[in-house]
Design a protein around this ligand. Structure first.
Ligand code: SF4
Length: 299
């Protein structure tokens, strides 16, 4: 494997290695074939904005081939369930939320039911997600507002969603993109970290990150791009130990080498279906190649 800092023809690789087009990306990563191409070179000349945009769009295309099954990792059956699950997902994992919501939605299936909930009972049901008192307050508040101001239906507009207690721009974008089909970019911790590693932006503020990334891609890509980037962040490009040596987009990444570059060691860092483990959803979509997550207490 060529070292990323080794001088070559320069700039980022322009042709995808054939192994990136593998029908089964999981097996491609497992075999380590996906990383046998030349790695990017840091040239003295700064990359132009146009070159960065082309590279960003190419990363998106490659991620679409690696994760054709990318999806929101919260279990939900309607906009209300997605809204509640997203509020609960603050400061915890989607897995923990998915393990908590079956009992919650069985007890309070509609906004009317949740608005009328006994706070202590609701707190008890959502306790595993942490910060359960504040979250219970938000859930009762947003359910009351949906009941009283929106005829019992979750509103499908950003301006209305952010008026609900506990609902910020990120939560609103998740709900719009996945329950209403309105294109949205969701900047969570994974998304921000990866797009900065890829030099799509230098911004730290999620609203500015969202604006920078929105300017690179057509609206029609926004929602799926968000899922693909978060999938990659959770499976390969981790916060502390990115698995660079097993990363299928390494040839396009200016931060290659920030993590483990040895292919065998890097493969051991892969998570979820990439590493052969269960996913986060108890009810994943039918095309998900990994295993469903276990229910609460069965891990
Ligand atoms: S794992 Fe490494 S090579 Fe892959 S995207 Fe992250 S920093 Fe770049």
């Amino acid at each position: 494997m060529k070292h990323p800092d080794e001088p070559t023809a320069g700039k980022f690789a322009t042709k995808a290695p054939k192994t990136m087009k593998a029908a089964n990306p999981v097996s491609a990563v497992k075999t380590g074939k996906a990383v046998k191409a030349a790695h990017p070179v840091k040239t003295a000349k700064p990359e132009s904005h146009l070159a960065m945009v082309r590279r960003a769009r190419r990363i998106n295309r490659e991620l679409a081939e690696v994760y054709p099954y990318a999806h929101p990792e919260l279990d939900f059956r309607n906009p209300f369930e997605l809204l509640v699950a997203t509020v609960l997902s603050a400061q915890t994992t989607d897995l923990r939320v998915n393990q908590t919501t079956p009992a919650l939605f069985a007890a309070y299936p509609t906004p009317e039911d949740m608005a009328a909930a006994d706070p202590e009972e609701l707190e008890g049901l959502i306790r595993p997600t942490g910060f359960f008192r504040a979250k219970a307050k938000s859930l009762i508040g947003l359910s009351t507002a949906i009941r009283d101001s929106f005829d019992g239906e979750v509103p499908g507009r950003l301006a209305d969603l952010v008026t609900l207690p506990g609902v910020g721009r990120k939560t609103a974008n998740v709900v719009l993109g996945n329950a209403f089909g309105v294109p949205g970019i969701t900047v969570d911790t994974h998304f921000g970290r990866l797009v900065r590693r890829w030099k799509w932006t230098d911004e730290e503020d999620p609203v500015k990150v969202e604006a920078d990334v929105a300017a690179i891609f057509p609206k029609s890509e926004w929602t799926m791009l968000s899922h693909r980037v978060v999938f990659h962040g959770r499976r390969v490009c981790h916060s502390r130990k990115p698995a660079c040596g097993a990363c299928p987009i390494a040839p396009l990444c200016p931060s290659y080498g920030e993590g483990e570059t040895d292919p065998e060691k890097a493969k051991k860092l892969l998570k979820y279906e990439m590493g052969g483990y269960p996913g986060q959803r108890l009810s994943p979509p039918p095309d998900y190649p990994g295993k469903p997550a276990p229910p609460l207490g069965a891990e």
